[in-house]
Write a protein that binds this ligand. Structure first.
Ligand code: FES
Ligand SMILES: [Fe+2]
Length: 344
């Protein structure tokens, strides 16, 4: 007997399967300048590299010859060269050269490795393991050609990325987690009215931050929170000196481990020095969040609205959880395979 899966909250297995259909960041371009990088996406080890022509490429981090880690190798023209016996692999997974063969026409026809699509956005290489449900997350207001922006140092967490994305837009924790950086904050949360439209959740909020934030960004008038489930979230800060933003995107290493990339940007009166200052400031904020979020149990985002206790102050994070569940359900519906579930 089969169940109507749409009536059940997505399970951890559902989430992992659905995330195979999601574009996720696997490297910063700036980190690929010195050669290939390894990135684990949902348990799959990938080698990410820039070809000689500067094209981003993503292939399995396992050589088809004797299983060496390709990300330990070097870029050779348009290919990545295995560090063990020097076989070269193109971004499409084909073998382009076997140095031990005098005649390259003898490359075995089965010499191939899995390859994955690569896209570049906001200084990040993105990939997806299977047919993506949606595009790389994009927001019309953050045009990388007009903003002055830069990346903070990516960090890993021993919990699912959803918990960090949720934290980013959780408004009730400021008074407790960020008193040292933001200064005293009201614990009480005004009625929140998030707007959810499919996978997107937005909220505009007037909020006075303490001296630390003001000296970094200028006097803050309003923040617009914008999240796109499952792995994009952002804040637009409307200050007296101009518009600023913090963009945060994540990758699932596994169901319970994640990597987080973050970008600081500004429009008016914002230069490279301002980027550095904003990164230094927010690194302190993130450190406070990471201390708490990395210990959350269970280490996954619950998509069951009845699994935890909620109040009115949790409306934004609940809307994100709903959007995340919608992503999972849509991705699973789009898969042709039926996922058997057991009940009880
Ligand atoms: S293991 Fe890669 S070339 Fe032999
Ligand atoms: Fe925080």
């Amino acid at each position: 007997m089969t169940e109507d899966r749409s009536s059940l909250p997505p399970s951890s297995e559902d989430v992992v399967l659905a995330l195979r259909h999601c574009w996720q960041p696997v490297a910063r371009l700036q980190d690929l300048e010195d050669g290939p990088r390894r990135a684990v996406l949902l348990g799959e080890a990938l080698a990410v590299f820039l070809t000689g022509n500067g094209e981003a490429a993503v292939v399995a981090d396992r050589c088809a010859h004797r299983g060496a880690s390709l990300s330990m190798g070097e870029v050779c023209g348009e290919s990545i060269q295995c560090p063990y016996h020097g076989w070269e692999w193109a971004g499409d997974g084909s073998c382009t050269r076997i140095p031990s063969l005098a005649d390259q026409a003898q490359i075995p026809p089965l010499a191939r490795i899995p390859s994955y699509p690569a896209r570049v956005q906001w200084g990040l290489v993105w990939t997806t393991l299977e047919e993506p449900l949606t595009d790389v997350p994009g927001v019309p207001w953050f045009d990388e050609d007009h903003w002055t922006w830069g990346h903070g140092e990516p960090f890993e967490l021993p919990v699912a990325f959803g918990l960090m994305i949720e934290n980013f837009r959780d408004v009730a924790h400021f008074a407790f987690v960020h008193a040292a950086t933001l200064g005293p904050q009201p614990a009480e949360v005004e009625p929140l009215v998030p707007e959810r439209n499919g996978l997107e959740v937005r909220l505009r909020r007037n909020m006075g931050w303490g001296d630390g934030a003001s000296s970094t960004w200028g006097a803050l008038r309003e923040i617009e929170y914008h999240t796109i489930a499952p792995n994009f979230t952002s804040g637009r800060f409307f200050t007296d000196e101009g518009e600023r933003c913090l963009v945060h995107v994540s990758r699932a290493i596994s169901a319970t481990e994640s990597v987080h990339y973050w970008i600081e940007g500004g429009l008016e009166n914002f230069d490279e020095e301002s980027v550095g200052k904003a990164i230094a400031y927010d690194a302190g904020i993130y450190a406070e969040d990471v201390a708490v979020v990395s210990k959350i149990q269970p280490p996954e985002l619950s998509l069951d609205p009845n699994a935890e206790i909620n109040t009115l102050a949790d409306r934004y994070t609940l809307a994100y959880r709903e959007a995340y569940a919608e992503f999972v359900n849509r991705a699973l519906a789009a898969r042709s395979t039926f996922i058997p579930r057991t009940s009880g």
